[in-house]
Design a protein around this ligand. Structure first.
Ligand SMILES: CC(=O)SCCNC(=O)CCNC(=O)[C@H](O)C(C)(C)COP(=O)(O)OP(=O)(O)OC[C@H]1O[C@@H](n2cnc3c(N)ncnc32)[C@H](O)[C@@H]1OP(=O)(O)O
Ligand SMILES: CC(C)C(=O)C(=O)O
Length: 822
């Protein structure tokens, strides 16, 4: 059937029954959090194709308690045995329901169902009996065929029954009862009539200010704009009377998509309490979303009283218990809600983070960030998700990622240049380019880290000599010259290069011109430090020109001059690809193979030279920055003490995996050891102490048994340490959201090989890594791998025994990347 040209032939405009010209709610603002009631396990549950099992409800309940909900509608206990038994279990299971949590149950105004509901909450500490009957004209006429008087009578008589039973159960079990009454379909009910029926209910229940009666005013079906709801709420609040003994509660549904707005305006209009579901599950379009409401308050600087600092685990629990996914655009929780793909958004966010950091350094922590209403870190989301790159992205976003991951702050013009490289790749595939691909491309393009020997030109070693002219006096710039002498690998073949200039870079360019015929000049040069303290490195960016085309190069080195020279060779290597060096012929395939082989040989030679000369050639290591905590702390050990060296590395493994990689360490093995150890001590010590107080004849048997138990437990402890813990230094898990929730678990064992110093072999730190990635709560295996890697201790500790956290960080990252390639 087509949509109607004139929908008024079928649909009537919603007309509220009251006119509130002196409404005050538009001038109010939200200042505090409401009382929250989660109806996930009732309204949320009754609307599922497959209602939750007791196990799922229990898991959900625990999560609700953990995030701080104090009133939870557990079930419609008269509906089914599952619901009834679940209510029994939250009351009877020790530790499941803290003393300050109210267990709420729902019943219609029907005496058999009310009685059954009371049976379900017998023995509860605090219980809310929630009774409803529909009050709107449509329901009165069509569903119940009741007059207004009969409708009031229904509510009155069943409230009397609730009152009687509440007194009875209270006397018997000491339960504190609250009563919630819902004139169901409130928004479609004449508001005056809703007030009238609630006044009758109140007069029977006789509430107190200590335990107020709850009048829940549901938008059972959302039929009007949120302002009409707010008017109805304000009218109700003004006319209900004894306001201090009444909690006005909102129960918005979301049929028009404005459930959140209705709940917020309803609070402005005087409501004290909100009923809803986590992520807005519930009948049809759902109940109002508690996460959005709470986080809206949080983003205005108001503590919502609910904790969502581990949003991923909340998503995990809710989606697994309900079988409903969270939409990627869901406010605050969706996979994409803190992510920018588009260039102008990325640019603004990049600048925003830089400005935020500057303000934070000056002590101002107020969040003020383009496009991001809250700090993703507050709800446990990583910044890595903030910027993702596709064909809509711009230079700013790409530069942001390079800065976040490599610590390199690219000059503006270089951002444009590298952006073009990424743009081309992204245009070609038409898909998103992952962060790893961007970083990999960056390192390949500029010959960094593992690609440092892949350029056609690479620095082996060098020396710089100053010549100052002018005798004793300070030389002028014109008099000051520098001589560069060094070995440069040209397609893997070492050549001597020397040249003179007014600085290191011009001196090297002079050498390249003389020995390789390269006509290159510097257009711009910038450098900055990466890291702090003893880990500081220089990052250099140089822009060279051959007269027609520009080439960018990057260098990183602890020594500023070496970093500048590496940047020159990085740019010159690219110029080589364009054949601007007459003496460097284009590579043939055979050449390429030779070059690759020479690269390997050079690496080996480098190692030998390093061993002989006591230092590495300058182009061999350019590690990325370690986590900040590592930079702040300088760890020094006796470099000959292999145990200390191993322990330092073990500690670094734990620190890096928990901070940089976001793993949560599991302490299960330690807990087992502690518990068994304590039991052994308590039994052994206790029986020994007791045996002193009685004659030997009486105690000898018990002492014998205690000694045997102690010995067995000690043996078990030893076996557990030997066989299960063995060399395990880290076991951890982390959850990530990649369109679905994925769980990665990692286990690392470490050893020193060989275990002691030997004349022929350099001692190494070796790690065995086992990795598993699963989805679907562990049911679907995505990736499971093992790897073995090692690194010589002399690479990790300098001659003074200072731990090189940066190198270790690179080593560990490389090892984890090898297994986590899915
Ligand atoms: C807006 C809401 O979300 S309200 C909560 C809704 N949740 C649920 O319904 C989930 C649990 N419900 C159930 O398990 C069942 O519906 C029960 C146990 C409550 C009742 O089951 P049944 O007795 O089989 O009745 P049924 O489900 O068909 O309900 C409709 C009947 O109840 C009657 N009814 C509804 N409310 C009342 C009331 N307050 N007093 C008396 N009768 C009522 C209806 O008039 C209808 O009676 P009829 O069959 O004589 O016409
Ligand atoms: C029982 C009532 C509060 C209800 O769920 C509704 O009206 O939506």
């Amino acid at each position: 059937m087509p949509m109607l040209q004139d929908p008024s032939l079928k649909y009537k405009k919603f007309q509220p029954s009251i006119k509130l010209d002196d409404r005050t709610w538009p001038s109010n603002s939200l200042e505090k959090s409401p009382i929250w009631l989660s109806t996930d396990l009732r309204d949320g549950n009754q609307s599922l194709a497959n209602p939750m099992s007791i196990e799922a409800k229990t898991r959900f309940w625990k999560m609700l308690v953990k995030i701080g909900v104090k009133q939870i509608e557990a079930a419609f206990p008269a509906a089914s045995d599952t619901d009834f038994n679940f209510v029994r279990s939250v009351i009877e299971t020790p530790g499941l329901t803290p003393d300050d949590v109210w267990v709420q149950v729902l019943t219609p105004a029907r005496s058999d169902l009310i009685k059954r509901s009371f049976e379900s909450i017998a023995g509860a500490k605090r219980a809310v009996i929630h009774m409803y009957n529909a009050t709107s004209p449509l329901f009165r006429d069509v569903v119940f065929r009741n007059s207004k008087e009969e409708t009031i009578k229904l509510a009155k008589e069943h409230t009397e029954l609730v009152r009687t039973l509440a007194d009875e159960y209270s006397d018997k079990y000491g339960t504190i009862f609250a009563y919630e009454y819902s004139p169901e379909t409130f928004t479609q009910t004449e508001t005056q009539f809703a007030v009238e029926i609630c006044k009758v209910v109140k007069s029977i229940w006789k509430p107190s200010a200590e335990v107020p009666i709850i009048f829940n005013l549901p938008a059972t079906v959302e039929v009007g704009t949120p302002n009409t709801y707010a008017d109805q709420i304000e009218y109700f609040c003004r006319h209900i009377g004894e306001r201090e003994k009444v909690h006005v509660s909102l129960h918005p549904h979301n049929d028009r998509g404005s459930g959140v707005a209705a709940a917020e305006l309803g609070q402005l209009a005087g409501a004290d309490r909100v009923e809803g579901c986590v992520f807005g599950n519930g009948e049809r379009t759902g109940n109002v979303d508690l996460v959005t409401l709470a986080m809206n308050l949080y983003s205005q600087g108001i503590n919502p009283g609910l904790k969502f600092d581990d949003m991923l685990s909340v998503i995990d629990t809710v989606s697994q218990c309900t079988g409903l996914p969270v939409h990627p655009r869901h406010p605050y929780a969706g996979e994409l809600v803190f992510t920018a793909f588009s260039g102008s958004h990325q640019d603004a966010i990049k600048k925003g983070f830089e400005a935020q950091q500057r303000r934070a350094d000056g002590g101002d922590n107020i969040w003020s960030m383009p496009y991001l209403p809250i700090d993703p870190a507050d709800i446990g989301c990583s910044y890595e998700a903030v910027i993702r790159v596709n064909s809509q992205s711009g230079k700013g976003g790409i530069a942001y990622l390079v800065k976040q991951i490599l610590g390199m702050d690219l000059p503006r013009r270089m951002q444009v240049s590298f952006y073009q490289v990424i743009q081309q790749a992204s245009d070609k595939t038409g898909t998103e380019i992952g962060v790893d691909d961007i970083i990999d491309t960056f390192k390949r393009q500029y010959y960094l880290e593992e690609f440092s020997t892949k350029g056609r030109l690479a620095l082996r070693n060098f020396s710089l000599e100053d010549s100052r002219g002018g005798g004793e006096s300070t030389p002028s710039d014109a008099e000051y010259t520098r001589t560069f002498k060094g070995r440069i690998a040209v397609d893997g073949e070492s050549r001597t290069v020397d040249g003179v200039g007014n600085g290191a870079i011009t001196a090297m360019l002079d050498g390249l011109k003389k020995q390789l015929g390269a006509q290159l000049s510097v257009k711009s040069y910038e450098e900055h430090a990466i890291g702090r303290g003893s880990y500081v490195q220089a990052a250099s960016y140089v822009n060279l020109s051959d007269g027609t085309k520009d080439y960018w190069g990057v260098g990183i080195d602890p020594d500023a001059a070496a970093s500048g020279l590496k940047a020159v060779l990085s740019a010159a290597s690219q110029a080589c690809q364009d054949n601007v060096f007459p003496q460097v012929q284009p590579l043939t395939t055979a050449d390429a193979i030779k070059t690759a082989a020479a690269g390997v040989v050079d690496n080996l030679k480098g190692g030998v030279n390093a061993a002989v000369n006591g230092h590495m050639s300058v182009n061999e290591k350019a590690p990325t920055p370690p986590p900040k905590e590592d930079e702040d702390e300088k760890i020094v050990i006796n470099p000959l003490d292999l145990t200390a060296a191993k322990l330092t590395c073990d500690d670094a493994v734990k620190r890096i995996l928990t901070t940089s990689h976001g793993y949560k360490q599991s302490y299960r093995h330690t807990d087992v050891q502690l518990v068994v150890g304590w039991i052994a001590c308590i039994i052994g010590g206790g029986v020994c102490a007791w045996s002193y107080t009685v004659p030997f004849e009486e105690s000898k048997e018990a002492v014998g048994v205690a000694v045997s138990i102690y010995t067995i437990l000690s043996a078990l402890l030893w076996l557990h340490a030997k066989l299960v813990i063995s060399n395990k230094v880290f076991t951890g898990r982390r959850k990530t959201l990649q369109g679905r929730i994925e769980t990665s678990s990692v286990q690392i064992r470490s050893t020193t090989i060989p275990a002691s110093h030997s004349a022929n072999t350099c001692p190494k730190y070796e790690i065995k890594l086992s990795y598993r990635r699963t989805a679907n709560g562990g049911k679907s295996l995505i990736n499971a791998k093992k790897s073995l890697s090692s690194i010589p201790y002399p690479d990790l500790f300098d001659s003074a025994g200072v731990f090189q956290a940066r190198y270790f960080w690179n080593f560990l990252n490389k090892s984890t990347r090898e297994v986590d390639d899915a």
